[in-house]
Design a protein around this ligand. Structure first.
Ligand code: SF4
Ligand code: SF4
Ligand code: FES
Length: 240
């Protein structure tokens, strides 16, 4: 059976969607970029970062967990929403330790790229300088907890794609941390470098050892084009 299709409006643009799509999925397909961090196209959504929050029919809602519906009116690219998203990104920067210029992920990091795209200059909140450890117990992967933004992509990927339970969260609120399901660290888990969970981290928390500089600085994903350009290019192509 073919899924029913319908239309909604985002920032004055009419988008065609099909039953079962979320707002973010329908917009991605139509070439309209909604900023996001915890969303990953190959994983079920979790709705925990709030970066994709739009005004949907007048209410703030996360686009990655809101089903698209006929006649919706959505605001996405507005100065207020950009400012709200920038504030979320700023908080993530000050809650962890993010020395971008000498980070292995620089140029390939979604948090850094969003900072640029949303016009973050310097965080207005004080840095918290948390003391977190690196877990280098695995022969092929290390975990740099300083960079973790608690997006849960690795948890979802490990459970739903890899059939494992390598990652989870412990603690609540500001004390929440990523943990692994072994006392002795990642090296004692079932984690393998080919696992989906090893490739979905948006920052430099899960890092494959010995692969760091295969793509040099200056030639990485977001060095030349801003995050979201690949999605927006679909619309440009359609219009030309
Ligand atoms: S993980 Fe991203 S934001 Fe954090 S230091 Fe590295 S490049 Fe910067
Ligand atoms: S390790 Fe990476 S993927 Fe996992 S929660 Fe932290 S930032 Fe997200
Ligand atoms: S991308 Fe939607 S809440 Fe994170």
């Amino acid at each position: 059976m073919v899924a029913a299709s319908f239309k909604f409006n985002i920032d004055g643009i009419e988008v065609e969607a099909t039953e079962g799509q979320s707002v973010i999925e329908a917009c991605d397909e139509a070439g309209i970029y909604i900023p996001r961090l915890c969303h990953h196209p190959e994983l079920p959504p979790s709705g925990n970062c709030r970066v994709c929050t739009c005004k949907i029919n007048g209410r703030h809602s996360a686009a990655c967990v809101t089903p698209a519906a006929h006649g919706m009116v959505i605001e996405n690219d507005t100065p207020q929403l950009t400012s709200d998203r920038r504030a979320v990104i700023e908080m993530l920067f000050v809650e962890g330790n993010h020395p971008c210029p000498y980070c292995v992920a620089s140029g390939d990091c979604e948090l850094q790229a969003l900072g640029y795209r949303l016009g973050m200059v310097a965080p207005t909140q004080p840095y918290q300088w948390p003391e977190r450890k690196i877990d280098a117990t695995h022969p092929d992967i290390y975990l740099d907890h300083d960079r973790c933004i608690l997006c849960s992509r690795c948890i979802r990927a490990s459970r739903m794609e890899d059939g494992k339970t390598v990652f989870g969260f412990e603690g609540r609120g500001i004390a929440m941390r990523l943990n692994v399901d072994a006392q002795g660290g990642l090296g004692e888990t079932q984690m393998a470098a080919i696992d989906k969970a090893a490739s979905v981290c948006p920052v430099a928390c899960i890092v494959i050892k010995r692969h760091n500089y295969q793509v040099p600085n200056g030639s990485r994903r977001f060095d030349k084009t801003p995050i979201g350009s690949d999605i927006e290019a679909k619309r440009t192509r359609r219009q030309s």
